[in-house]
Design a protein around this ligand. Structure first.
Ligand code: ARG
Length: 359
């Protein structure tokens, strides 16, 4: 049996059982797929398979603490899109639908899979909305994580304003063509200016973050079929922004600045100035998103939701796989149940995977 057939079989069996289809439906569909594979070396998912497959892939994402909501994923089937313009239109629709004025909807847009004799669609962005990064002799403007991609955008003719928060353009490549880029319209990229409930000086730092994390560089695999362009989003957990993006030394590295504004004693590690600054940064993120009515979850609530997910899965007779090193929040991990458990880090085949960069 070819690897694609065995993956297809395993997927159809599980998917169809979950959708309460009969054994004869399963047998019939597998025969159909076998024939399609023999003739074309690939097969085409039905809309139902695509939709449920994308949800299963989320449910199987070992590093995600937000999986309670796997079933609510909204799937846009955009397999018919073939030109860069069509892809940009689909991405704009994704942005608008997912953002929903702040009432964020978990959404995935799935473009056509890799197929023999067809140019491949690739998105060059890591996330659809992301800030540019510029490096000049060892100092950074913006997000250091974006430096390489930002250079590519500049090479393609995009112009950055060189602020700390320039929203990068969308970059789409079809086959071997030169990639196309398109600026994201202001009203499509919801952003939240950060302020603090008690520290009035905080807003003068001029910090902000975008509302919706839309991962656009991962490969979705369903039943042996590879969807290399399938951007998806949930909503943020505050630590992703407050304890990592803005705090990591290799990112915005803001702890020293926040600590100095708080007038903390930074002369010794033992004053725990980093920890104090970190908490206030996280409080500011939660406060600002809440006030602007943009969905976000704190890490304690997220862990409770994950506990519910674990219970649901148990009741459905499925085992939960997970990557402990990612599931624990970076702030106060031992205050959540996740810290005190073991997780089986086996990767189910229907999943979201890292893939090689197209550039
Ligand atoms: N950690 C990434 C970021 O800070 C986003 C990853 C996806 N996060 C999510 N809540 N769906 O941008």
């Amino acid at each position: 049996m070819t690897p694609i057939l065995s993956e297809a079989k395993a997927f159809i069996e599980q998917c169809y059982k979950e959708l309460n289809k009969s054994e004869s439906d399963i047998d019939f569909r597998i025969q159909q797929i076998e024939k399609e594979l023999q003739a074309d070396g690939t097969y085409t998912h039905t809309t139902e398979e695509l939709e449920h497959g994308a949800k299963m892939a989320w449910r199987n994402s070992n590093r995600c603490i937000g999986r309670l909501f796997w079933h609510s994923l909204h799937v846009f089937d955009q397999r018919h899109a073939s030109t860069a313009d069509e892809v940009f239109n689909s991405l704009e629709r994704h942005l608008e639908f997912a953002t929903n004025g702040g009432r964020i909807r978990p959404t995935i847009t799935i473009f056509r899979p890799s197929q023999p004799n067809q140019p491949e669609i690739r998105l060059w962005n890591h996330q659809l909305v992301r800030y540019a990064g510029y490096e000049e002799s060892g100092t950074y403007i913006g997000d250091p994580h974006s430096v390489e991609f930002t250079k590519k955008c500049l090479d393609l003719g995009w112009n950055g304003s060189k602020t700390n928060f320039d929203v990068l353009p969308m970059v789409v490549q079809i086959g071997d063509q030169k990639p196309h880029w398109k600026e994201i319209k202001k009203d499509l990229a919801l952003e939240v200016p950060l302020r603090h409930p008690e520290f009035s000086w905080f807003e003068d730092l001029g910090l902000r973050w975008y509302g919706v994390p839309i991962i656009s560089d991962m490969e979705l695999k369903i039943g042996g079929i590879s969807y290399k362009a399938a951007p998806f989003n949930g909503w943020y957990m505050e630590t992703e922004i407050g304890a990592r993006n803005l705090a990591d030394e290799q990112r915005y590295n803001l702890l020293p600045k926040v600590a100095s504004c708080m007038k903390l004693d930074t002369s010794r590690a033992a004053t725990l100035w980093k920890d104090k600054a970190l908490i206030e940064l996280n409080i500011a993120v939660l406060h600002s998103f809440k006030e602007d009515r943009v969905n976000i979850v704190d890490h304690h609530t997220a862990a409770q939701q994950f506990r519910l997910f674990e219970e649901n899965e148990k009741n459905a007779d499925r085992s939960v796989t997970g990557d402990w090193t990612w599931l624990i929040p970076p702030v106060s991990p031992a205050t959540t149940h996740v810290f005190h458990k073991d997780y089986d880090n086996t990767w189910n085949q229907t999943n979201y995977f890292y893939q090689e960069k197209p550039y």
